[in-house]
Design a protein around this ligand. Structure first.
Ligand SMILES: Nc1ncnc2c1ncn2[C@@H]1O[C@H](COP(=O)(O)OP(=O)(O)OP(=O)(O)O)[C@@H](O)[C@H]1O
Length: 258
C-alpha cells in the first residue's frame, strides 16, 4: 500500500473484533500500514471506524487482535517506554502540581529523576508552560492542561507519540495555536507521530500522510500524501485544495467534516 523502505512501525493485516452481547463488532479489518521513522501520520475517518482501537493496539493497551503491529523489530504486545500517548482528556492528577504530573511516567519506572526533571522543565519552556511548574491542574486552562499532557507523553523521550484527538475538546483558536506548536515540536524533536482527528484541515495541516479510514469495519480507504513544505502556516492550507477535496470526497455523506 505504501513504500517506506525502513518503517519504524509496521502494521500487518491487523483485524480486531469486539465480542458484545448483541453480536460481534468488527472494529478493524485487514489494516496494513508502514510508518517511517520521524513521519507524521494523521488518521481520519467517521466515528466508530476503529481509529482509537488502532491507536490502542499501537500503544500496547489492547490485545485480542489478529495480524501484527511491530515497533522496530518487536511485536507490540504491551506498553513500551518508546511510546508516549496523549488522549483527548489529559487526565492530570488534581493533587499533583503540573511538574509532578509531567514527571509521573518517569517516577513509575524509577528513571533518574534529576535528569528527567531537567528535561521536563525544558519541555515546559518549549511548549509555553514555563512558570506553571508549581501550579495545580485546576489553575490552568484546558489548552494548558493539554500542553501539560503532551509534555508528560514526551518526558521519557519516546520514539513514538500517539495522539487520540488531543485538541478535540478545545476552542478553535487554541486548537490552531497548538497545531502550530505541535508541528514545531515535531520538527525539532524528530518523533514519529500518529495523530487521530475528526478534522480534515487539521490532518492536512499536520501530516506527511493522511490515512483515510472507511466506516465500520475499519479499513484503510486511501493514503493521501501532503506535499506542503514545512514549516507550514495555517494559510498554506489554501495550497492544499486538491488534498482536502480528495479526503473530503470519502465523506460526502458523513458528518465528520470540519
Ligand atoms: N471495548 C469495546 N467493546 C465493544 N465494542 C467496542 C469497544 N471499543 C470499541 N468498540 C467498538 O468498535 C468500533 C470502533 O471503535 P473506536 O473507538 O476504535 O472507533 P473510533 O473511530 O475511534 O470512533 P470515534 O471517532 O467516535 O472516537 C465501534 O463500533 C465501537 O463501538
Amino acid at each position: 500500500m505504501d513504500s517506506i523502505s525502513q518503517p519504524l512501525i509496521r502494521i500487518n493485516n491487523l483485524c480486531k473484533t469486539y465480542p458484545t452481547r448483541s453480536g460481534d463488532t468488527v472494529a478493524l479489518d485487514k489494516v496494513n500500514l508502514d510508518i517511517g521513522d520521524g513521519e507524521f501520520i494523521a488518521l481520519v475517518g467517521p466515528s466508530g471506524c476503529g481509529k482509537t482501537t488502532l491507536l490502542k493496539i499501537l500503544a500496547g493497551l489492547e490485545g485480542g487482535f489478529s495480524g501484527e503491529a511491530r515497533l522496530g523489530n518487536v511485536a507490540i504486545t504491551k506498553p513500551s517506554l518508546e511510546v508516549g500517548v496523549v488522549f483527548q482528556e489529559p487526565t492530570l492528577l488534581p493533587w499533583r502540581t503540573i511538574l509532578e504530573n509531567i514527571m509521573l511516567p518517569v517516577e513509575l519506572v524509577r528513571m533518574d529523576t534529576k535528569t528527567y526533571t531537567k528535561r521536563a522543565l525544558e519541555l515546559m519552556e518549549m511548549i509555553g508552560l514555563k512558570g506553571f511548574e508549581n501550579k495545580y491542574p485546576r489553575e490552568l486552562s484546558g489548552g494548558m492542561r493539554q500542553r501539560a499532557g503532551i509534555c508528560r507523553a514526551l518526558v521519557r523521550d519516546p520514539k513514538v507519540l500517539l495522539m487520540d484527538e488531543p485538541f478535540g475538546a478545545l476552542d478553535a483558536m487554541t486548537r490552531e495555536f497548538l497545531n502550530a506548536e505541535l508541528q514545531r515540536i515535531w520538527m525539532r524533536a524528530g518523533k514519529t507521530v500518529v495523530f487521530v482527528t475528526h478534522s480534515i484541515p487539521e490532518a492536512v495541516f499536520l501530516a506527511d500522510r493522511v490515512v483515510v479510514m472507511s466506516p465500520r469495519p475499519g479499513r484503510i480507504s486511501e493514503i493521501v500524501p501532503i506535499g506542503l513544505p514545512r514549516e507550514r502556516k495555517l494559510g498554506d492550507l489554501a495550497h492544499a485544495g486538491d488534498e482536502l477535496a480528495r479526503i473530503r470526497g470519502h465523506f460526502a455523506d458523513s458528518s465528520m467534516i470540519d
